[in-house]
Design a protein around this ligand. Structure first.
Ligand code: NAD
Length: 274
């Protein structure tokens, strides 16, 4: 056989270790709003993969319950109370995590005002409700990133993952505060990635479809709406929290080192790329 025609396996051709490293083992992963729903599932799955999730939530009891679930399966996790609408509370959270673990490798900005939010015409949204959604869903994300960035910079490695929504491309009616807040995260991701790239910190955003969680919502989609949603997806089934786990772990791992400033749709093909 002519040796020059032999295709070399990646491990023989000088591909660096990180390019094939999809592991999140031992990573300290700070997940806001992880007391229930999507964040809870992410915390459980990251722990199962050997990471140490920090379950941060406004509802400390829920956060503690998630940690108890993880520890019952021999995983490691830490519960902490935070109000991402309050910069001082965010700083206390980051200081406590650093005191306990010495670093933060991944920040998943998952906390948001979502399940409790009702729909109404934008002209009828009370100003206080609008302001609260902006403070938590937009400011909270920026302030968490601002508090965590120096910790990541010190270690020359970090991942920040924001969570937008397919409500942005859909332009969901009677949900203007929510849609506006999630739109902002896409632009924030684009711009923040440019500022943190040289520090080894990648910033990306996930845009999930409608995810059925264990949580009752103020506005639950009707059976008909769910059927319409599924009919328009390429993949013909409803979305569940585990559907987000793979892409979250990939973006948290060394394998995604050259991916930053991106918004990735994870919605069964309901929408195509942004
Ligand atoms: P959820 O409403 O069930 O959970 C949100 C969590 O955030 C709760 O545990 C809540 O206590 C916490 N939280 C709220 N305000 C907070 C604050 N000020 N400080 C700290 N924690 C706070 O939502 P979910 O369905 O699990 O969604 C999680 C994220 O994904 C949200 O950002 C949501 O907008 C987004 N998202 C959800 C869906 C979906 O269909 N479930 C789709 C697209 C995007």
């Amino acid at each position: 056989m002519n040796q020059s025609n032999v295709v070399k396996a990646p491990q023989d051709s000088g591909v660096p270790e990180w390019a094939r490293d999809f592991s999140v083992r031992d990573r300290v992963v700070l997940i806001t709003g992880a007391g229930q729903g999507i964040g809870r599932e992410l915390a459980r799955q990251f722990a199962a993969a050997g990471a140490v999730p920090v379950v941060a939530d406004l509802n400390l009891e829920n956060a503690r319950n998630v940690v108890a679930e993880i520890e019952a399966r021999a995983g490691k996790a830490m519960a902490i109370k935070v109000d991402v609408g309050d910069p001082a509370s965010i700083q206390r959270m980051v200081d406590a995590v650093v005191a306990e673990h010495g670093r933060i490798d991944v920040l998943i900005n998952n906390a948001g005002i979502f399940a409790s939010l009702g729909k109404r015409k934008f002209e009828l949204i009370p100003q206080e409700e609008w302001d609260l959604v902006m403070r938590v869903n937009i400011n909270g994300v920026m302030v968490c990133a601002r508090a965590v960035a120096p910790v990541m910079r010190k270690h020359g490695w970090g991942r920040i993952i924001n969570i937008a929504s397919d409500a942005v491309p859909k332009g969901v009616m009677n949900y203007l505060h929510y849609v506006t807040s999630k739109s902002a995260l896409i632009g924030m991701t684009n711009a923040m990635a440019r500022e943190l790239g040289e520090d080894g910190i990648n910033v990306n955003c996930i845009r999930p479809g409608a995810v059925a969680t264990e949580v009752e919502r103020a506005v639950n989609p009707t059976v008909d709406l769910r059927k319409t949603q599924i009919a328009q997806q390429c993949i013909k089934r409803g979305m569940e929290p585990p559907d987000l786990v793979g892409v979250m772990m990939f973006l948290s791992s060394p394998a995604s080192s050259f991916i930053t400033g991106q918004t990735i749709a994870c919605d069964g093909g309901y929408t195509h790329s942004s």
